[in-house]
Structure formats: structure tokens, C-alpha cells
Design a protein around this ligand. Structure first.
Ligand SMILES: Nc1ncnc2c1ncn2[C@@H]1O[C@H](COP(=O)(O)OP(=O)(O)OP(=O)(O)O)[C@@H](O)[C@H]1O
Length: 317
């Protein structure tokens, strides 16, 4: 079994205004990609700041590679891209990386070799000599990613690593994260880009109002009863009641379809084999069956349905 890269036990930050994080307990294994999700103001950045030792917890404890959070030893084991990054604008990208390398005790010869590689890796290879003041927001974010990797750490904490990037930049970051994962790095990712999280992460946690609502593997949290979508013509409301009665399944009207005066129905089956039987029932009632497809649950649907109806902090207050 691989070891634990990150542990948090009842980690709490109380800002004194009832906000922050409450009693968060999680573990992240070595080499795991862990997605930390939640609505604006849920407490994601606060939690990461405690783990990387930027703010002190009010209660609880945690470790990074077995070392207490906040300790120098813990700090040697990770790189961090903050949500609000800002680099010395009078320095060039290369100089910012040299500074970070020195702060991380990277040997000068190693830094000399690594920095051009890192600039290439994040797509700044041709702009390393330009001053940060000349960089766009997206370029600064790319520089931040390079800074997080400057000492080749086993763990990276990335707080919204693609928030300033255009779709091409986002694709680059997705690729970079995949590469980091393939290299065996542990990735702790705060992100609102749920499609990327779904592709990359092994497990996710969902935070709301400073507390964990759910933790699980991506496969587990997306596991649902088998849902199918059927596009049918000749639909009338009484047929829905009949279908439900005859099949004993939950069938609902989803929406009007764009084509052929038809509607989309959604059925929750007990297992996928029932679909042939349901199709036969639809046809038996004189409806026309145009299309049948399995509904794919996405992480964003899970996110929305998990926090729906709960109060949020932040933008919705
Ligand atoms: N220094 C602080 N003092 C007081 N309250 C704070 C402080 N920093 C954050 N908060 C509050 O704590 C809560 C959590 O903030 P945090 O930045 O951790 O959320 P988040 O989940 O990262 O949000 P987002 O997705 O918008 O980045 C918010 O209600 C915020 O207003």
C-alpha cells in the first residue's frame, strides 16, 4: 500500500465571524489526484492555506508526508499555486523562478537546468526573459504553475490553476496535470472546472459552508440508478401515468425535443436490461420511439444536486 501524502484531522479555521472551515477530516494517498470542490465561499482556499501553512488552524491537526502542517519539513514536500497569485513585476519570469528555486534550496546547477525546462513545460519558453509586468494574467498563472514545480515536489496544491486561462490554456493545463499524475505526483486540486476534475481526479470531496458534504471516488459519486433518455412522438400526459403503472418504474417528462414534435422522457431502471422491455411498452402504447440513450451523469450535475436547496456563502448571500 502506498503511504499517505496528506492527512487532515478535524481541521478547523474559525475567522471569528462564523466563516472558514469546520472539522474537516480527509486523507489523500501518495500519487492520488484529489479534487476539492464546493460553491464560492465554501472554504476551499481556507482549507488549502491551512495545509500549506499560510494560516494556522483554530483546531485539529494535519500532516504532509508525515510532517505536521506548518512545519519546515512539511513545506519541503509540496509546491503551491495560490488562487490569488502575484509575482514581482519588475523581475523576468526566469528571475522569478530563480528566486523561488533559491527559496526552496534548489542547487544553482539544478535550477539552471530546470528553469528553461519548466518555462517550456508551461508554455512560456519564448517569454522567460520578459518582465512579469509584460505578462498577461494567463501568462502569470502559467508562471505560477512553474513556480509550484520548481523543486520537483512530490505534492502540488493547485488553487484554481486554470482560472485565468483561455480554452487553449486550459487544455495545456489539463495535459500538464495528466503528466504530473503520470509522474506519480500527488495533486490536490481546487477547481470549478468540473469536467477537468472528472477527467483527472481519482477522488473528490464536496465542501459547503465550511463542512464536507461528501467524499468519494469519482466513480462512486457518479454512481446512480441506471437512467435512460427516450425521445418519443405521439406523447400525451396520460401515457406517462400508464407507463409508470405498467412498468413500475420512475418515468418522467424531461422536456420538449427540438425535432418531430416529440418529447424526451427519462426513466430510472433497476438495471440496464430493462430498456428493451420499456421500449416495447412505449411502442405498445402507440408512441413513436425515435431515440434511446443512456443518461450520463456528470460531475457538475452531482455538484448541483448535492448543494441544491442548501444555503451557501459567498455570491448567493
Ligand atoms: N481572512 C478572512 N477573514 C474573515 N473571513 C474570511 C477570510 N478569508 C476568507 N473568509 C471567509 O471564509 C469563507 C471561505 O472562504 P474561502 O476563500 O476559503 O472560500 P472558497 O471556497 O475558496 O471560495 P471561492 O470558490 O470563491 O474561491 C468565505 O465566507 C470568506 O468570506
Amino acid at each position: 500500500m502506498t503511504g499517505l501524502a496528506i492527512t487532515a484531522h478535524e481541521l478547523t479555521k474559525d475567522y471569528g465571524n462564523g466563516r472558514g472551515c469546520r472539522s474537516i477530516t480527509i486523507t489523500v494517498g501518495e500519487g492520488e489526484a484529489f479534487g476539492f470542490l464546493g460553491p464560492n465561499g465554501a472554504g476551499k482556499s481556507t482549507f488549502v492555506k491551512m495545509l500549506v501553512g499560510l494560516i494556522r488552524q483554530t483546531e485539529g491537526h494535519g500532516t504532509i508526508c508525515g510532517h505536521p502542517i506548518g512545519s519546515l519539513e512539511a513545506r519541503r514536500h509540496f509546491g503551491y499555486l495560490p488562487e490569488l497569485y502575484r509575482y514581482q513585476e519588475w523581475l523576468s519570469g526566469e528571475e522569478v523562478l530563480q528566486l523561488h528555486a533559491r527559496l526552496c534550496d534548489v542547487e544553482a546547477s539544478e535550477a539552471k537546468r530546470r528553469i528553461p525546462e519548466l518555462l517550456d513545460l508551461v508554455g512560456l519558453g519564448l517569454r522567460g526573459k520578459d518582465r512579469v509586468k509584460m505578462y498577461s494574467k494567463g501568462m502569470q498563472q502559467r508562471l505560477g504553475l512553474a513556480c509550484a514545480l520548481v523543486n520537483d515536489p512530490p505534492i502540488v496544491f493547485l488553487d484554481e490553476p486554470a482560472s485565468a486561462l483561455d480554452p487553449l490554456g486550459r487544455r495545456d493545463v489539463r495535459e500538464l496535470l495528466r503528466l504530473m499524475k503520470a509522474q506519480g505526483k500527488t495533486i490536490f486540486l481546487n477547481s470549478h472546472l468540473l469536467e477537468d476534475v472528472e477527467l483527472l481526479c481519482d477522488r473528490v470531496a464536496l465542501l459547503n459552508n465550511g463542512q464536507i458534504l461528501q467524499v468519494g471516488s469519482v466513480a462512486d459519486v457518479l454512481h446512480e440508478t441506471s437512467r435512460w433518455h427516450l425521445r418519443v412522438g405521439g406523447f400525451a400526459p396520460f401515457l406517462l401515468a400508464w407507463l409508470q403503472e405498467a412498468s413500475g418504474l420512475t418515468v418522467r417528462l424531461l422536456e420538449m425535443a427540438a425535432e418531430e414534435d416529440s418529447v424526451w422522457l427519462e426513466a430510472e431502471l433497476e438495471d440496464d436490461e430493462q430498456i428493451g422491455w420499456l421500449n416495447a411498452l412505449v411502442i405498445e402504447q402507440g408512441m413513436t420511439l425515435y431515440e434511446v440513450k443512456k443518461a450520463k451523469t456528470k460531475l457538475d450535475e452531482w455538484f448541483v444536486s448535492s448543494v441544491a436547496g442548501r444555503s451557501h456563502r459567498g455570491e448567493r448571500e
